[in-house]
Design a protein around this ligand. Sequence first.
Ligand SMILES: Cc1cc2nc3c(=O)[nH]c(=O)nc-3n(C[C@H](O)[C@H](O)[C@H](O)COP(=O)(O)OP(=O)(O)OC[C@H]3O[C@@H](n4cnc5c(N)ncnc54)[C@H](O)[C@@H]3O)c2cc1C
Length: 373
Amino acid sequence: MKSSYDIIIAGGGLAGLTAAILLGKDYDVLLIDPDTYPRHKLCGEYLSKEVLPLFDQLGINIQALTDVSISKLHLTLNSNFSQKTSLPLGAVGVSRFCLDKALYDKVIVKGCHKKDKVVNVIKDSTGFKVVTKQDEFTANQVLIATGKRSLLDKSLDREFIKFKTPWLAIKRHYNYEMDKNEVGLHHFDGGYAGISMVENDTVNLCYLANNKEFSEYKNVQDFERKVLSKNSYLESFFEKASPLWENPLSISQISFQKKSAVVNDCLAVGDAAGLIHPLCGNGMAMAIHSAFIASKFLKRRLEKQLSQEEMLQGYTREWEGTFGSRLYAGKKLQSLLLQPSINKFAFKIIKHVPKVLPTIIKHTHGQSVTYSL
Ligand SMILES: Cc1cc2nc3c(=O)[nH]c(=O)nc-3n(C[C@H](O)[C@H](O)[C@H](O)COP(=O)(O)OP(=O)(O)OC[C@H]3O[C@@H](n4cnc5c(N)ncnc54)[C@H](O)[C@@H]3O)c2cc1C
C-alpha cells in the first residue's frame, strides 16, 4: 500500500463514498473507514428524490435497488391527531445496507478502501499527515466525512463535541403490512418515530428520543410499550409488526449543534459539516449533494485553479447557500413538534390550513439537482 495520496477521505458513509467515486476517476484517492460492507446503519432510509439525478451521474440505478416510491406523509400526534398530506417531491425507500453497498461497489473497483480509523489529521507545510490506528499517510488534501460524531472530532478539537446532547436514536427492520407509498411520522413524549418501507417488502422503524425520558425505562421494549405506544398508531404498529432483527441498532449523543464546513483547513461533507433534524428526511440527500460540491472544489484546487484559501472560502459559501436555510427550517420544525406547549397549537393550524404542512416540508428540502464538477 502506498503512503502518499492526492486525497484521503476519512469516513465511508454516503458522503465519503460519493466523493471517492467522483474523485477516484482522476486522482489517487484513499478512503479510510473501519466498516465492512454491506452493513446496516441507523437511518430512516427515506431518500429524498431531489438527488436521484446525482445517482445517474454516479452510474447507479436506484430503481434497480428498490421499487419503493414514497409520495404521502401521515403525521400523527400523541393525542390521536392525524393528518395526511402529499409530499411535494417525495422519496425512495432504500436501506443503507443496500445503498451504501451500491456506492461501495463502485469505490472498490478502484481498490482504494482501507479498513481502519483515522485518529488525527495534521496540517504541515507540504500538505496533510493522516494518522490512523494502524498506519500513517500523507495527502495533498483531506476530506472529512466521518458523520455525526467521531473520535476524529475530538482530536480536531471541534466545538460541538464538547457539549453533551440529550438525543438518542433507535432503528429496527420489521415485517409489517403498510401502504408502500406512505411515510408515517408519529409523535410521542419527547420524540418522534418514522415508519416507511424499503426494498424487499421490509419496513423500517427509526425514532429519535430524549435520553432523559428513555433512561426512566428498563430497556427498549419497555420504552416502546410505555411511551411510544401511547400514540395509538405506534401501539398498533408494535402489536402487528414482527421484528426481523433480534436487537435494534442504537446511537446516542446525536448533536444538532452548528458545525463548520471547513475543519483544520480540510473540507467537511455530510453530517460532519452539519446535521439536519432527522424528521426532515434530508440528511442523506445533503450528504450526497455536499460530496459533489466538495469534489468540485477539491478538483479545482488540485488543478491549481484555486488557492487553498479560495477553495475553503468558496466551499463554505456554496455549502451555506445550499444548505443553511434547510438546517434553519429543520430546527424550527423540530421545536414545533417537540415542545408540548406549542405542538398542539401547531397541529391545529396544520389541520385547518392544509397547505401549511407541504410548505414547511418544501423549506427543508432542495430542488431536483444535477451538478457539473
Ligand atoms: C434517527 C435518524 C434518522 C434519520 N433518518 C433519515 C432519513 O430518513 N432520511 C435521510 O435523508 N436522512 C436521515 N438521517 C440522516 C442521515 O442518516 C445522515 O445525514 C447521513 O447518514 C449522513 O451521511 P454521512 O456520510 O455524512 O455520514 P454516515 O453515513 O454516518 O457515515 C460516516 C462514516 O464515517 C465513518 N467514520 C466515523 N469515524 C471515523 C474515523 N475516525 N475514521 C474513519 N471513518 C470514520 C463511519 O464508520 C461511517 O461509515 C437520519 C439521522 C438520524 C440520526
